[in-house]
Design a protein around this ligand. Structure first.
Ligand code: ZN
Ligand code: ZN
Length: 418
């Protein structure tokens, strides 16, 4: 074969696309009930935007971004995640002037140059939300509850919700010191990246994926033991509100997000059926990012769910789409013309109609009807044209009924059979 998709990229074809539609439609319905509106953002931004928000020493920025110079010599990057682009748009369009909370969702591809493995692609799709302008942990609880509704709404089972707090600018310096102290005499066991990050940003050591580093950081002090008063109260209240909303959750003090911008609430949802790549959604609060992007201080919280992780978990349970509502089998030129006109009339009424064009034998036309899983079949021959009546066969129940040959009669009959 001459051409293939690039490594780590995939084509999404029918019938798989039905599973994608199922997830997207479920999410849209639930977003609406919580007042989230769609926002569509470019897939490319100035590279600075990601360095500034995700963090210079993060794995994403150091190793995984698709960054290149455009023809004008500007450094641009294919978005590795959605929040940075969103905050850029939020500030650029002064969305903070609208009443809080401002709630948005997006769906689309993200790009990271990672080693392709099961459920992990270099172009991957996320559905994400961002809620702006409120720092009350009731919003955090509500957003996690919404995520839970979406995931169970699309048919996911065996999920666990883990929450933690990763502190704020107030308590982080103290935590960094505690962490550095813990790591100081073990530093030789860590990879060169981690050793470099020790001075620059020791928190990044907590999400290094190198097995030796994971082992060596075992027993490191958890952030939740070093929270300031405000973060502590916030975290307590989050847990209380999650209980009020009946969202089962556990506290995972080792939960870290690989991005610099998170503050306070962080959460992750994982599935017991996914093996080591078990996270299906993750998110958290980012209260200083709008500020850093030049907007007025505005708290924010969001999450993103990964489509490629979810698809294999529900694929079997999403019903396959059915074939055409009606397949018209004309015998002869005149009948074909009649079939074309009837099909147009049915499509106008919203039905899916297909005409067999090639004038083959009735037998081969019926074989085709079966292959494309047509719901109804109608045969048009000389007699049918003369009497303007025909038999329509219900391919699911096998019943045959007579009908007049006009779109309205056909439409009513097909609708009644549904
Ligand atoms: Zn704090
Ligand atoms: Zn490391």
């Amino acid at each position: 074969m001459k051409y293939k998709t690039l490594k780590g990229l995939q084509d999404i074809l029918p019938p798989d696309i039905a599973v994608w539609h199922h997830i997207e439609a479920t999410a849209r319905t639930i977003f609406r009930s919580y007042g989230y509106q769609e926002i569509r953002l470019p897939i490319m931004e100035s590279t600075d935007i990601f360095i500034r928000s995700i963090g210079e020493t993060s794995d994403i920025v150091e190793k995984e971004m698709y960054t290149f110079e455009d023809r004008g010599g500007r450094s641009v990057t294919l978005r590795p995640e959605g929040t940075a682009s969103f905050v850029r748009a939020y500030v650029e369009h002064h969305l903070h002037n609208n009443p809080a909370p401002q709630k948005y969702y997006y769906m689309g591809p993200m790009f990271r140059y990672e080693r392709p493995q099961a459920f992990r692609y270099r172009q991957f799709y996320q559905i994400g939300v961002e809620a702006m302008g409120i720092d009350d942990p009731k919003l955090d609880a509500e957003i996690i509850s919404m995520l839970s509704r979406i995931l169970s709404g699309i048919g996911l089972e065996g999920l666990s919700f883990e929450v933690t707090s990763i502190g704020c600018a107030e308590c982080r310096p103290g935590y960094k010191e505690a962490l550095k102290q813990f790591l100081s005499d073990k530093l030789n066991n860590f990879c060169s990246d981690c050793q470099r990050r020790y001075e620059l940003n020791p928190l990044r050591i907590l999400d290094c994926k190198v097995p030796g580093c994971i082992e060596s950081r075992n027993g490191s002090p958890p952030v939740i033991d070093h929270l300031c008063k405000e973060c502590d109260v916030h975290f307590e209240s989050l847990q209380k509100n999650l209980s009020v909303l009946h969202v089962p959750h556990t506290i995972n003090p080792n939960l870290v997000r690989g991005l610099d911008y998170y503050t306070k609430t962080a959460f992750e949802v994982s599935s017991e059926n996914l093996g080591s790549q078990s996270a299906v959604a993750a998110g958290g609060r980012y209260d200083s990012m709008v500020d850093e992007f030049g907007g007025p201080p505005t708290p924010g919280i969001g999450f993103a769910m990964g489509m490629e992780r979810i698809i294999p978990l529900i694929k079997e349970s999403v019903p396959l789409p059915s074939g055409p509502d009606l397949f018209l089998c004309p015998l002869g030129n005149k009948a074909t013309e009649k079939a074309l006109v009837l099909a147009e009339g049915l499509r106008e009424k919203g039905l899916w109609a297909e005409v067999n064009y090639d004038g083959t034998s009735l037998r081969s036309q019926m074989r085709k009807a079966n292959r494309i899983a047509a719901q109804h079949v109608i045969v048009l021959g000389d007699e049918e044209l003369e009497t303007d009546r025909a038999s329509i066969k219900d391919m699911t129940g096998g019943q045959e009924s007579k009908t007049e040959l006009n779109p309205s009669s056909l439409f009513n009959l097909i609708r009644n059979n549904k």
